[in-house]
Write a protein that binds this ligand. Structure first.
Ligand code: HEC
Length: 109
């Protein structure tokens, strides 16, 4: 029984994380996004790439999630406008920002 249980847990959680290059969780990122990022990214305010706008996101996603996460954490002065560090909320952890970015990337595909 315990062998079955650890096998099942492995299949569900641990092994799926270690076998997956992207450790961020877009589902968990939705709440972070709604609270911190939607102000700009829902409407395209300040020329932010809109959530779900595939044409706007394709060239960004091509850079890789890790680049997007790093810029979202430190802030990014891009060709379109100014992306504030952590969306302007310094209380967010790197993982929370990463999850929010993953949510945006999932929607932009
Ligand atoms: C005050 C408005 C604003 C808020 C709030 C905001 N962003 Fe942005 N974001 C921008 C703008 C403007 C850009 C476009 C920058 C450019 O490409 O010139 C951008 C770009 C990005 C990009 C693409 C970066 C790239 O390299 O192409 C990501 C990813 C991103 N934001 C994630 C987030 C996340 C995650 C949050 C919430 C934690 C957030 N943003 C909150 C304005 C905002």
């Amino acid at each position: 029984m315990s062998r079955f249980l650890s096998g099942a847990l492995c299949a569900l959680f641990i092994c799926s994380i270690s076998g997956n290059a992207m450790a961020y969780n877009g589902t968990a990122g939705k709440a972070v996004y709604d609270a911190n990022c939607g102000t700009c990214h829902n409407t395209g305010m300040m020329s932010a790439p809109k959530l779900g706008d595939k044409a706007a996101w394709a060239p960004r996603i091509a850079k890789g999630v890790n680049v997007l996460v790093a810029r979202s954490i430190s802030g990014y002065n891009g060709p379109k406008g100014m992306m504030p560090a952590k969306g302007g909320n310094p209380k967010l952890t790197a993982t929370q920002v990463g999850n929010a970015v993953q949510y945006m990337v999932d929607k932009g595909k």
